[in-house]
Design a protein around this ligand. Structure first.
Ligand SMILES: [Zn+2]
Length: 151
């Protein structure tokens, strides 16, 4: 399988829900203390590890894209996610997130990185679901990514 981002050999799967988010919510997952995954096809699938492939997209990306290329995007989301989990009150309509506190010196860059993190998830999802999508051109991931890095 080819990496849908760069076209190189793809061997790594992206988590549908970031592993760090799963760990923050469920810190002691094991075979003896599994999570239960529900899908349209099957309910109550026991999953004994956050690293399980059951939490990952079937579409693959190459190690370089999954690590080096998109690490800033993952890191920005992890920082924002941690901040949101640390709030003492639930968000309600009309609330705003003080992003300048989360990213005091890098707000624009970091929010673009958060955007690119979700573009990566979106790309993995539409490849897995075989949604026809123009990966090249103005709507493609590469065009989003060119905002930040060279491919
Ligand atoms: Zn790649």
């Amino acid at each position: 399988m080819k990496c849908w981002i760069c076209g190189n050999e793809a061997k790594t799967g992206e988590h549908k829900i970031k592993a760090s988010d799963l760990r923050a919510l469920y810190n002691d997952v094991s075979q003896r203390n599994p999570l239960y995954l529900h899908t349209d096809q099957r309910r109550n699938q026991k999953v004994g590890s956050i690293k399980s492939g059951k939490f990952k997209f079937n579409s693959l990306i190459c190690p370089n894209c999954n690590n080096a290329r998109t690490a800033p995007h993952d890191n920005a989301w992890m920082k924002l996610s941690k901040f949101l989990r640390g709030r003492n009150t639930a968000m309600k309509k009309g609330d705003s997130i003080p992003l300048e506190i989360v990213f005091p010196d890098t707000l624009s860059k970091s929010m673009l990185d958060v955007h690119l993190f979700f573009v990566k998830l979106f790309g993995c999802a539409i490849v897995e679901l075989k949604v026809p999508y123009p990966f090249t051109g103005a709507a493609g991931y590469h065009n989003h990514l060119k905002l930040r890095t060279k491919i």
